[in-house]
Design a protein around this ligand. Structure first.
Ligand code: DAT
Ligand code: MG
Length: 138
């Protein structure tokens, strides 16, 4: 089964949306294969978002993702990467339709509630940052 990395970002955890987000994936038929709450170190945040290192918002992005606890999970299922991205909505919540996580719960691009890997290759790279192989139980 395809796997993807999902993060409920600090704003999502602070707003009490973790259960709502997990429930949406489960109701869709996806499987939560691994799950943990953690506070990300700056080093791991910089590794995760390395592709954005040269962007003007990189510092803010790292500040934000390390600002409070996050919930990390591996979500698996058929076409999990694409299905999760569609359920999240686009990066900028202004463009996100109601019914998507960002369209229902976010207003600003810098604080957009959720992360989901953008390809199977990204998912494989990102899952390793958060989970040891023996922590992925389904
Ligand atoms: P996504 O999270 O939809 O994969 P991305 O990989 O392009 O989006 O960017 C990663 C995160 O960086 C995004 O969730 C929020 C932040 N970000 C992206 N573009 C931004 C911008 N123009 N201004 C501020 N933050 C931005
Ligand atoms: Mg991305």
């Amino acid at each position: 089964m395809e796997k993807t990395l999902v993060l409920v970002k600090p704003d999502g955890v602070a707003k009490g949306l973790t259960g709502e987000i997990i429930a949406r994936f489960e109701r869709r038929g996806l499987t939560v294969a691994a799950l943990k709450m953690l506070k990300l170190s700056r080093a791991k945040a910089e590794t995760h978002y390395a592709e954005h290192k040269e962007r003007p918002f990189f510092g803010e992005l790292v500040d934000f993702i390390t600002s409070g606890p996050i919930v990390a999970m591996v979500v698996s299922g058929e076409n999990a990467v694409k299905v999760v991205r569609t359920m999240m909505g686009p990066t900028n919540p202004v463009d996100a339709a109601p019914g998507t996580v960002r369209g229902d719960f976010a207003l600003s691009i810098g604080q957009n509630i959720i992360h989901g890997s953008d390809s199977p290759a990204s998912a494989a790279r990102e899952i390793e940052i958060y989970f040891a192989p023996d922590e992925i139980l389904l």
